[in-house]
Design a protein around this ligand. Structure first.
Ligand code: MN3
Length: 206
């Protein structure tokens, strides 16, 4: 498949004051676009040209790290834009997600603390996640370096936050914890998180 940069699901100024239009213009139009363009270039001749993004990404993790970096980041950002919305956040989670977070993580406040802590503690570039273990079904908060994500580790991400500096440096400078708190408290699109949770484990062919 030829990978495509999707439009943002909202206007560039929709997430202010928590994420500025300047951040979104650079992050979506330059960074995400570069992952798409480079991914389309590097996939040529690998035999993965007709695979789904997810299958090609898992294949590349084992076989072609340079391609993996691009596809991992394309996958992560496709979801990242949808994991945010204007007027997001809130402590009352939709559907069965609330009771699952209560039983697996110890409630919303524990989730929030752990998400901010693991996002802050990820050394260098990477992501922090709420993911479901494909075998046990348990929800957990994890972090990964660079373009990695839970999918290559047998888990299905249902929420993720980009902690590369390009995601927060314009708005928060070096204050990564403030960015993470603003993300959880004011930006998370819990309806999309619940939708992914209801879908269940993501199947990978590789
Ligand atoms: Mn990014």
């Amino acid at each position: 498949m030829t990978f495509k940069l999707p439009d943002l699901p909202y206007s560039y100024d929709a997430l202010g004051p928590y994420m500025s239009s300047e951040t979104l213009e650079y992050h979506h139009d330059k960074h995400h676009k570069a992952y798409v363009d480079k991914g389309n270039e590097l996939i040529q001749g690998t035999g993965q040209e007709n695979a789904s993004l997810e299958d090609a990404m898992v294949w590349a993790y084992k076989n072609k790290p340079g391609l993996f970096n691009q596809l991992g980041q394309h996958y992560n950002h496709l979801h990242f834009w949808n994991w945010m919305k204007s007027g997001g956040g809130g402590t009352s989670l939709p559907g069965s997600l609330q009771s699952k977070i209560d039983s697996d993580i110890g409630g919303y406040e524990s989730f929030r603390d752990e998400f901010v802590k693991k996002g802050t503690g990820q050394f260098g570039s990477g992501w922090v996640w709420l993911a479901q273990d494909n075998k046990t079904g348990k929800l957990e908060v994890t972090n990964t370096p660079n373009g990695e994500n839970p999918l290559i580790h047998g888990k299905t991400p249902i929420l993720g936050c980009d902690v590369w500096e390009h995601s927060y440096y314009i708005d928060y400078r070096n204050a990564r914890p403030k960015y993470l708190e603003a993300f959880v408290d004011n930006l998370v699109n819990w309806d999309y998180v619940a939708e992914l949770f209801e879908k269940g484990p993501q199947k990978i062919a590789a």
